[in-house]
Design a binder for this molecule. Structure first.
Ligand code: HDD
Length: 711
């Protein structure tokens, strides 16, 4: 109902109309001539003074009577809600899913059978261990939780960017998370697993070894959310119209390709831009190149499951794509910012139990436990069973009716007399009924057995797939895994904790175990820990598991950093900018001063970053366009030297002109270090060649050399 407010202010207030969130109309008084509404209390009372509280005399005490002051402070005091116990730091974005191939043979779910149908969706990316205010580039698993607002209800795939998990049974989740997060006495370290408690738990939990290979790999330091895969991890069920079920694993594959950063780079990015990942996604959407993913499924039947080398209910195992190919059946694009971070990113509530007809669960003990935990945690976090009334959590693609009522903050309240079923009141909008035909049906799987707290023997092999992952990596990726283990374990104070991990590595790969033992300076190679079953050495490498082997072939979606000085060559910069655009990439200008630079043709170029605010770790490749004076000056500047030496050490491609050589030299890159990754730019042709080479993203051979130089 529209109501008149503010009329009592007489001629001073103009009246307009507005829509409130609940859809009821109202009238809004505007401040004359300002185009803005008048500030009001939550009760709608117009406020005359928002700068001074009510007091006695000019210097006297504040009065309790000031209801505006009290309401404002009261509300502010309660602005925070508990952060998520894990995945606290997240970034949400809206998008659309489109089905390209029907899975009607396997499922009745409309989202997976109606080709061309567009389903709105919301994704929240996250890190796991760090608190809400931590940094984006922690070495960590990334959450990739997706909510699809389908015509048959909300479907959540609460995915990660890694296809396996640390533990096999949900009962161990609190221990895992306690061990991974800050140590309880000191409250640090923040957002990292490089500490005794984590590695102690891991060393005593051999089932985590496969996951450890992934978290110590480059997967745990992605270059951007845009360059990550997503995995539903568990085997789920698809159920068709005849009630028959198959197993399914869900995959999201970035159309931009996969990419990660180096650990040394991650450490520096966290200082230079703690919001690196969220800014990257925000900018990509703003610049009109929203990221897209292919949506794929691995479908397999019970026969396959019975004959597969491992248990398909074990969440520490994958099914190699070479064995069951990922069938691409859809695509999604993430192309819309949230309007309000709190309302959407913070308040979104994912639950693994949110499935739609035609999609069901397997008996994976981790999934079964998750189905309890997610619903439960939302009550704590959002404060009411009515969290489903919050717009980001409410179904969008379909009507919804039930007799659930009351509770804190109930925004949707049934009308009329009937609030139970069965009832003999007249049929109608407020009297919903279950539908045996289209309603959700659980898959009628036969189950029998003895009640017991047991772990199936089919879950006992903890090393074979860890080994398979390791041997599937390119040599540089294997080196990164070794480096990461040495780094993390070097942060552990207890030698026995370090040694126990090496004892596990001995079941995975002897060279890896030796390299890590050597990196830790252990006096001798520790004995292998006792294994339940011997490692299988017959599993072939799975090329799908490597990032580098599947690297992109173009520079599209990547970012070039161009360092310029006054008198830099305008013609070359123009060619670079055109080339970058043609490659579907973006660039940023970095200059000694934020005002930018005056080029050799007298034109002015604006800078996005001042040199110390735009270190080279923020870019995929860099160019040095410097005039002799500029190069000489920057050769004396520590941050400019770091810009070049870091780009070099991080194996990036560096374009330069002759006049920039003094800076390169000052950065410690002598003539003998000039490799094919340093590319001389002189004209449009060399610029085009440089950008083509940048498509390889890194000159990995250089990393070995840099590491040897450092040793
Ligand atoms: Fe979880 C959040 C992913 C195991 C309990 N989890 C959470 C989020 C993601 C995952 C992406 C963030 C959702 C968001 O952005 O709001 N979790 C996983 C994956 C797992 C997994 C892929 C293993 C395959 N989780 C797991 C277990 C339990 C939980 C075994 C408990 C038994 N997870 C939670 C939680 C969280 C959560 C405590 C914290 C906030 C929330 O749920 O909404 O309930």
């Amino acid at each position: 109902m529209a109501q008149k407010i503010g009329q009592e202010k007489g001629a001073a207030a103009q009246v307009g109309t507005f829509e409130t969130e609940t859809g009821s109309g109202g009238e809004l008084h505007q401040l004359p001539g300002s185009g803005s509404p008048v500030l009001t209390t939550q009760q709608g009372v117009p406020v005359a003074d928002d700068q001074n509280s009510l007091r006695v005399g000019e210097r006297g005490p504040t009065l309790l009577e000031d209801f505006h002051f009290r309401e404002k402070i009261f509300h502010f005091d309660h602005e925070r809600i508990p952060e998520r116990v894990v995945h606290a730091r997240g970034f949400g974005v809206h998008g659309t899913f489109t089905l390209t191939e029907s899975l009607e043979e396997f499922t009745t779910a409309k989202i997976l059978t109606e080709v061309g149908e567009k389903t709105p969706m919301f994704v929240r990316f996250s890190t796991v261990a760090g608190n809400k205010g931590s940094f984006d580039l922690a070495r960590d698993v990334r959450g990739f939780a997706a909510k699809f607002y389908t015509k048959e209800g909300n479907w959540d795939i609460v995915a990660n960017n890694i296809p396996v998990f640390f533990i096999q049974d949900a009962i161990k989740f609190p221990d895992l998370v306690h061990a991974a997060k800050q140590e309880p006495d000191r409250g640090f370290p923040q957002a990292q697993t490089a500490h005794d408690n984590f590695w102690d738990f891991i060393g005593l939990t051999p089932e985590s070894m496969h996951m450890i290979m992934w978290t110590m790999s480059d997967r745990a330091i992605p270059r951007s959310y845009r360059f990550m895969e997503g995995f539903g991890v568990h085997s789920f069920r698809l159920i068709n119209a005849e009630g028959k079920a198959v197993f399914v694993k869900f995959h999201f594959k970035p159309r931009q390709g996969l990419q990660s950063v180096l650990w040394n780079e991650a450490v520096k990015i966290n200082g230079a831009d703690p919001d690196f990942h969220r800014r990257d996604l925000w900018d990509a959407i703003d610049l009109g190149s929203p990221p897209e993913w292919d949506f794929g499924v691995q479908i397999f039947d019970d026969d396959f499951a019975d004959n597969f080398e491992f248990d398909v209910l074990d969440p520490t195992k994958i099914i190699p794509e070479e064995q069951v190919p990922v069938r691409i059946v859809g695509r999604f694009v993430l192309d819309n910012h949230v309007d309000n971070f709190f309302a959407e990113t913070e308040q979104v509530a994912f639950c693994t139990q949110n499935v739609v007809p035609g999609i069901g669960f397997s008996n994976d003990p981790l999934l079964q436990g998750r189905n309890f935990s997610y619903l439960d945690t939302q009550l704590k976090r959002l404060g009411s069973p009515n969290f489903t009334h919050i717009p980001i959590n409410a179904p969008k693609g379909c009507p919804f009716h039930n007799f659930q009522q009351d509770g804190h903050m109930a925004m949707r309240n049934p009308k009329g007399r009937v609030n139970y079923e069965p009832n003999s009141w007249a049929a109608g909008e407020n009297n919903p009924r279950a539908d045996p035909n289209t309603g959700y049906r659980h898959f009628g799987e036969e189950v029998n057995g003895r009640k017991a707290q047991v772990r199936s023997e089919t879950f006992a092999d903890h090393y074979s797939q860890a080994r398979q992952f390791f041997i599937s990596q390119t040599p540089i990726e294997q080196k990164h895994i070794g480096d990461a283990l040495v780094f993390e374990l070097s942060k552990c104070e207890r030698i026995d904790i370090r040694e126990r991990i090496v004892g596990h590595l001995r079941h995975i790969d002897q060279t890896l175990a030796t390299v890590v033992a050597d990196g830790l300076g252990l006096p001798a190679l520790p004995e292998p820990v006792q294994a339940a079953v011997p490692t299988r050495t017959d599993l072939p490498p799975s090329p799908a598991l490597s990032i580098v082997a599947r690297g992109p072939e173009s520079f599209a979606g990547r970012k070039l950093g161009i360092l310029v000085s006054d008198e830099a060559p305008a013609k070359l910069l123009k060619a670079l900018v055109a080339g970058v655009k043609a490659a579907g990439a973006v660039y940023e200008i970095i200059a000694p001063k934020i005002a930018g630079a005056t080029l050799d043709d007298g034109s002015q170029v604006e800078a996005k970053q001042k040199i110390d605010g735009g270190p080279s770790v923020l870019y995929d490749a860099v160019v040095l366009l410097l005039a002799p004076d500029g190069a000489a000056q920057l050769a004396l500047d520590k941050t400019a030297k770091d810009f070049v030496s870091d780009a070099y050490a991080h194996a990036k491609f560096i374009g330069y002109i002759e006049d920039a050589l003094p800076l390169i030299d000052a950065a410690g890159i002598g003539e003998a270090d000039m490799d094919e990754g340093l590319i001389l730019l002189s004209n449009a042709e060399t610029v085009a060649g440089f950008l083509k080479t940048c498509g390889a993203l890194r000159l990995w051979e250089r990393e070995y050399k840099v590491d040897l130089d450092a040793a």
